[in-house]
Structure formats: C-alpha cells, structure tokens
Design a protein around this ligand. Structure first.
Ligand code: GLY
Length: 356
C-alpha cells in the first residue's frame, strides 16, 4: 500500500493499493470520523455495474447507509443540468452536513461530485474513488472541481479538496489500452516538469504496462502533483506548470470534436511545445527527443492532424488566455519547465515551429 499525504487547505491521504474497494468503508470511516451516517455514491452508467456493488457492501459494513446517483457516461453529462439533478437528489435523500459524497469513476464523476460537494449545504465532505489512471494521477488530487458551460469546458467550478482519495489499482484492469494511455500521458508530463529520472525509468522498463511500472509512474505523478498543489493550491502560479502540453492539447481535443482524447492530445501537445521551444532557443538542452522517445515507447500516435492556423485559432479561445497574451509551459531542461507568456499574435508561429 502507498500513502501520499497532501497538505493544502485540507490535509488528506491518497491511498493506492490492490483490492481497496472491498476495504473502502474502513478508510472512509477513518477519514470522515464517526458522525456521518449517509453516503451518496455518484457514478456513471458504465462504472456503476462494475464497481458500485463492492463499494456499497464495504460502506455498509462500516455502518453507512448509502444511496446511488448514476448518470449517463460522457462529457455531455458534465453539465449544470446533471449538477442540478444531483443537488436535488441529495436534498430529497436528506443528506446533512455530516454526511458525504463518494465520487466513483473517472474525471467526469470526480469533477461533478466535487462541485456538488462544494455547493450542497454550502459545502460537505467528499471522497474520490478514481477508476481510471487519468483520474487517479490528475483530476482526483488537488481539489479542482466543476462542470462545463455551453461556452467551454470547466467554466464553472470551485476549489474543494476531497477528504480522501482511494485508488484501487485493480480497477485499471478493466481499462482499454487507449484509456490507460490517457493516464500515462499525464505521468510523462509530470516527469517533464519535475522528474528527469522518470525518463530513464521509462527507457529501461521492460514491461511498460505491468502493475509495477504503472504503480511507479502513478506514484511519481501524484507526488509531483502534491508538490505543485501545496505550493499553489489556487492555480495562480506554479500549479500552471501542470498545464505542460495542455494549451495545444486542448486545441487538438477541441479541433477533433473530442475524438482525440485528453491524454492523447496532451501527448501531441508536449511533442509540439518541446520541439517549438527548442527551435525558438528557449530550451537549454534537448528535451524534445527524450519526451518523444518516451511517448513512442508507449505507442502514442504523435502526428497532429491539424495546421498551426487551426490550432492557434482554437487556443485563442482557451480559458487560460489573459487578454492579448497566453501562458505556455516551456521545458527548459528535462524535468524543469517554466511559464512563459507570449502575445497571442505569436502563437501560430510558435505552433508552426513545433509542427515542422
Ligand atoms: N489538472 C491540472 C491541475 O489540477 O491543476
């Protein structure tokens, strides 16, 4: 069992192990204390038949009464409408401030549940139980919660830290290779911003998707996320380093109508930004080759199907844009990135250099 403690506005544990779902009740009781009686499990209709029953059994064994709110899977459900249905469901089931929500699933249940927890009765506790690698290494840790608006992704939300994160490594056995890659991309990103050794590890690893390799990559990604979140919980400075590859990645996701998934788009984004930074003379050493070689070892498709003009147009609408400038994350040396603000008017040339 691995335990990583996050000390932000709330101090909580991220626990990783096999067969954790069956033991979740005890860990949740420890984290939430003796007062709570009722828990609402929030999940989607793909995860529900796989994991709600064992989780529920363990929660009941720990003395909890549970109710389950399951919504249709997919990005369309990460909406104000689902949030409103969830809040009404909590009120109908008379959850009180000493009760809690359990987010079971990937990033969509996680973000939606966190936002509902932040707003129901002006804030009740919640626990993250990620069942994808992407949610385990990124969205379940750090307290970013929210839903999409018509104008864009994650435009309404709150910083609201969970009381506990439980990552049962067995749940990734049901993921497709593509879904696994989405999480691996975030782990390679963590290495690029803060852990040069990770690249050596990937180069040497014989069985890239063995439980040991995945456990190592996810542990390092969570530890690096901890450092950044503890330094800047509200995302006004160093936390933005977690966006390496994301500005271009989001533009790729959006331009593909989300048929290219987050991690795959971030992988292409990292390849483009590391190449462009080198071409611009902003990197002090070759960060592009090790990043791309690591991504290729996992067989990430890296050929971007969009032009620099298309991507810069999509990136202009990114929520990270500040007036006429946009902040990019630049690899200076491997394992060391910096924020660099550039005029939006230079973005197309920058991307062009990365695609060449
Ligand atoms: N996913 C980026 C962050 O949590 O800041």
């Amino acid at each position: 069992m691995e335990t990583i403690t996050i000390s932000a506005s709330k101090t909580y544990k991220v626990i990783t192990d096999s067969a954790l779902l069956a033991r979740a009740g005890g860990f949740i009781r420890n984290a939430l204390g003796e007062k709570g009686k009722k828990l609402c499990i929030v999940t989607d209709d793909q995860v529900d038949p796989l994991y709600t029953a064992p989780l529920e059994a363990s929660l009941c064994e720990a003395g909890y009464e549970t109710v389950t709110f399951a919504f249709p899977h997919g990005e369309a459900s990460k909406s104000l409408e689902t949030l409103s249905r969830l809040l009404e469901f909590l009120a109908e089931n008379q959850l009180t401030r000493s009760d809690a929500l359990i987010a079971l699933g990937g990033g969509i249940p996680g973000d939606l549940t966190g936002f509902a927890a932040a707003s129901y009765l002006r804030g009740i506790p919640f626990v993250q139980v990620p069942t994808t690698l992407l949610a385990a290494v990124d969205s379940s840790v750090g307290g970013k919660t929210g839903v999409n608006l018509k104008a864009g992704k994650n435009l309404a939300g709150a910083f609201w830290q969970p009381s506990l994160v439980l990552f049962d490594m067995d749940t990734i056995k049901t993921l497709s290779y593509d879904l696994l890659l989405d999480g691996i991309a975030e782990s390679i990103k963590a290495g690029a911003i803060a852990d040069k050794e990770l690249f050596l590890y990937i180069q040497k690893a014989e069985r890239l998707t063995s439980p040991e390799t995945i456990a190592h990559l996810s542990r390092r990604a969570i530890e690096i996320k901890r450092e950044v979140v503890e330094a800047d919980e509200r995302d006004t400075g160093p936390r933005q380093l977690l966006n390496f590859g994301h500005t271009i990645g989001h533009a790729i996701e959006k331009s593909s109508d989300f048929s290219i998934t987050h991690g795959h788009a971030v992988a292409m984004g990292m390849a483009i930004v590391s190449k462009a930074s080198q071409e611009m003379g902003w990197s002090q050493e070759d960060c592009h080759a090790p990043i791309v070689n690591s991504l290729r070892r996992f067989r990430f498709p890296l050929d971007c199907p969009f032009t620099a003009a298309q991507l810069s147009e999509a990136a202009r609408k990114d929520k990270k844009r500040m007036g006429d400038s946009i902040t990019l994350v630049i690899p200076v040396t491997l394992g060391n990135c910096q924020l660099k603000s550039i005029p939006v008017s230079q973005l197309e040339d920058f991307i062009k250099a990365g695609l060449s």
